[in-house]
Design a protein around this ligand. Structure first.
Ligand SMILES: Cc1cc2nc3c(=O)[nH]c(=O)nc-3n(C[C@H](O)[C@H](O)[C@H](O)COP(=O)(O)OP(=O)(O)OC[C@H]3O[C@@H](n4cnc5c(N)ncnc54)[C@H](O)[C@@H]3O)c2cc1C
Length: 433
């Protein structure tokens, strides 16, 4: 079976690796000169099934209004001039009910837990190294209201069998992260011992090498212009310059750029670019640095320890495809880091921005479409690194016609037909699941 994977981020590379492992002849198409050079480049480093939480949650609309007026806010919004931005935000608001939150959290957790297990399996099989740590992650709270909402979240964690420790005594936090003994303003935390951390770009680069050894062909500096179709099949990928490549199956993993390629096919993909920022700071004092990831719930900023670096990532800007670096966001990341950990050399930090491919229900879009031989692996939003190993295996199994290890219920594009993200629900009329 010949497969073409569109996109060489962490999702595309994981898909290609698993396809090759299953015996497919695979080509990956990527416009950059290497893998993981866009959103998968410098994310916050959490592999965090325990923190698989939809953004759309009860209470968020009110919080969002307050955030828009704060200096160090986790959220910012600028009209991008498109109707799509409004439709996406309206769809997100529709997901802010307790019922939708529960449904979405279960879907995300199902895929994320499977992915973390698949990542462990990959390490055993291949010995892959990416500055990984398996010490869990710690979410820290500054208000009683945050503690209360974490308590509610633990019901879903219980239902999904995710281990956790809710810490209502701030003095207990240094048991998990000793350097927090020096931090002020915290009231408690949620420790998720099953979570992991690691450098996504290193992982993707290493996995691409392993994929090459299995015969995967990477075509870099290669821009995809369009998909060619005939009836309910994709017949080829047209590259910029005119060349057309053909395969039996096509797997689209273009992150934020997935939507524009599918529009001419009548598929209305609700994936919006949600901009985030990170700082990568050289480590100078390990005793004043995190051991793993600490997630500051107030600012929605994650601070992760790599071997000799600290990565601080967060913020969400709804502002279209704008990759300019905003110094105000850097100030927020520096403020949160300085408040919790002082073991990094902040003036020597590298500042970066990336666009999260985000769906309105925070759940990725993984699986078949109404085109027989076109599968999607996109829309992983805040958790693409967490979900990469599992999503790659899941889509590879589907493409190979194998049974999948977990259910794809509620993960495919078909879920939007019912709650009509699109005004014309028949766009997805024949899409399965
Ligand atoms: C600040 C920040 C912090 C984050 N922190 C975490 C975290 O801690 N944990 C976590 O799990 N996730 C995190 N994420 C999310 C995670 O990084 C993303 O979900 C993930 O990287 C998405 O991977 P992808 O492969 O879908 O997209 P990408 O990495 O963007 O890959 C898509 C690829 O498609 C290529 N492409 C696009 N269009 C074309 C074209 N026309 N032709 C050829 N190639 C094309 C691009 O060059 C790109 O390489 C974070 C994201 C950000 C921004």
């Amino acid at each position: 079976m010949k497969a073409i994977v569109l996109g060489g981020g962490v999702i595309g590379v994981s898909t290609a690796y698993h396809l090759a492992q299953a015996g497919a002849e695979v080509t990956v198409l990527e416009r950059q000169p290497g893998v993981a050079l866009e959103t998968s480049f410098a994310n916050a480093g959490q592999v965090s099934p325990g923190y698989s939480t939809p953004w759309a949650a009860p209470g968020i609309p009110l919080k969002a209004i307050k955030w828009l007026m704060q200096r160090h806010a986790p959220l910012a919004w600028q009209p991008d001039g498109s109707l799509f931005q409004w439709r996406w935000m309206a769809a997100m608001l529709r997901n802010c009910t307790a019922e939708r939150y529960g449904v979405n959290k279960e879907r995300m957790t199902r895929l994320a837990e499977y992915s973390r297990d698949r990542l462990r399996q990959l390490r055993l099989e291949t010995g892959i190294e990416y500055e990984q740590r398996t010490l869990g992650t710690l979410q820290v709270f500054r208000t009683a209201a945050q503690m209360e909402s974490a308590r509610r979240d633990t019901q879903v964690l219980d239902a999904c069998g995710v281990p956790y420790r809710l810490m209502t005594d701030r003095d207990a936090l240094p048991e998990i992260e000793p350097a927090l003994a020096h931090a002020a303003g915290l009231v408690g935390g949620l420790h998720l011992p099953g979570d992991e951390t690691g450098d996504c770009q290193r992982f993707t680069t290493q996995l691409a090498e392993l994929a090459k050894a299995k015969g995967v062909r990477f075509r870099f500096d290669t821009r995809i212009a369009s998909l060619k179709t005939s009836g309910d099949r994709v017949t080829g990928v047209q590259l910029e310059g005119g060349e057309v490549l053909e395969a039996d199956r096509y797997i689209l993993a273009l992150g934020c750029y997935s939507r524009e390629l599918l529009q001419p096919l009548g598929l209305d993909l609700p994936v919006y670019p949600v901009k985030g920022y990170s700082l990568t700071v050289p480590l100078v004092d390990a005793s004043r640095a995190p051991r793993s990831t600490v997630m500051d719930e107030t600012y929605k900023v994650a601070i992760t320890r790599f071997d000799q670096r600290i990565r601080v990532g967060g913020m969400a800007e709804l502002a279209g495809f704008d990759l300019r670096l905003n110094p105000r966001r850097r100030a927020t990341l520096e403020m949160v880091l300085g408040n919790l950990f002082t073991g990094g050399d902040i003036p020597k930090a590298e500042f970066w921005t990336g666009l999260r491919p985000m769906t309105p229900d925070s759940t990725p879009i993984v699986g078949p479409t109404r085109y027989d031989n076109l599968l999607l692996n996109t829309g992983h939003g805040t958790l693409g690194w967490t979900m990469a190993a599992g999503s790659g295996k899941l889509v590879a199994d589907l493409a190979m016609g194998r049974s999948t290890d977990i259910s794809i219920d509620g993960l495919t594009l078909g879920r939007y037909a019912k709650n009509s993200f699109s005004p014309s629900a028949d766009l997805h009329r024949a899409s399965p699941a």
